[in-house]
Write a protein that binds this ligand. Sequence first.
Ligand code: ADP
Ligand code: GN1
Ligand code: MG
Length: 366
Amino acid sequence: MEPDLRKIYGCFRAKGSYHSGQSFGPGHIHDTYRISTAEKHCDDYILQRLNNSIFKDIPRLQENMERVTAHMRNKLSVIPGSDLKRECLTLIEDRETDRSWHIDEQGNFWRMFIFISDHRSYERVDSHHKAFEGGKAVGRFQALLSDLPGEPLYETIPDFHNIVKRLETFHRVLSDNPAGRVSSCGKEIDEITGREEEMKVIIRLGEEEKIPLRITHNDTKFNNILFDLNDRALCIIDLDTVMPGYVHYDFGDAIRTAANTADEDSTDLSTVSIDIGIFEAYAKGYLAETKGTLNETETEYLAFAPKLLTYIMATRFLTDYLDGDRYYKIRYPEHNLQRNRTQTALLASMEENYEKMKQIIKNIAK
Ligand code: ADP
Ligand code: GN1
Ligand code: MG
């Protein structure tokens, strides 16, 4: 059943009367709508029906989001010339409860943000300038949150990037074979199992306390960085997974998406490869903001991070396919399998270019 967007919009303390609402954006997780208001001087809004089978405790998720956006807003507000409504997400409260979420009559959770006006968003990156800007934005994001006061953020999805745990789940699905698809995916499964040990290195470095847990975004897919009309990075969105993590997760996921010469689910694997120029430009932007804070081991393993994040996504997409497509939104029956194949092809290209990637990081970090 289509939701009554006008009614749900009315439950939030927004300025402006409802004009129209349409599905919006490429997200894989929530149902996102753009609400246009009737008055020219009023903002538009993003209204989201939240996925509460993935996020088990929406009130705690939203409390993270409230803390993070308030802290960022405070810090940005003392920077002259900041455009707070466009450089930081603004949550709108429920009229009755004053909280940043609303529960409808069917028990669905909703939240609303001011729509960031005049933005651009990119699935792939076609210029070194955008990659550099994206890298700076993610570095700045980590720096802005490095002094978030109070207790550690709630882990909205436990062990989100913990590859050891992801592989345990993968093997469980392999032996349960709930959708009867295991026998048709032998090649794809071997690509995962053949690389298991080397991919555990970041978790091990964490356990050995050679790299610290910091506050990271954990979903720095390039389309979660919004740009202004002059292609300057404006705002990082999709804050659902902001929680303790290793910097490699943010660096790796941005490269996985920005520096892929094809789409995440491209069906033509011959077009899939890592663009080393984009990698270098992003790394320059990122390190320009973080060089002074990262320790030597963190810096050394930045080149490894894109391989890890690409491998994590290859594992997650294949796990979801074998599990009967219960997690990601799909547009056709073998979509998750295709996503897995694309990620594996990208990983192979990263492996071919790994020595170059290490050298680039070394040169920039000097
Ligand atoms: P998902 O977790 O499903 O990816 P996102 O929070 O990333 O959900 O939102 C989905 C899409 O909606 C984004 O990719 C972006 O295009 C758009 N979007 C989200 N928040 C805003 C905002 N405040 N202003 C403008 N566009 C937004
Ligand atoms: C999901 O929410 P979205 O579409 O930006 C996923 C990420 C994956 C990504 C793959 C909460 O991101 O972890 O990298 O799909 N988010 C969650 O495209 O699982
Ligand atoms: Mg998103």
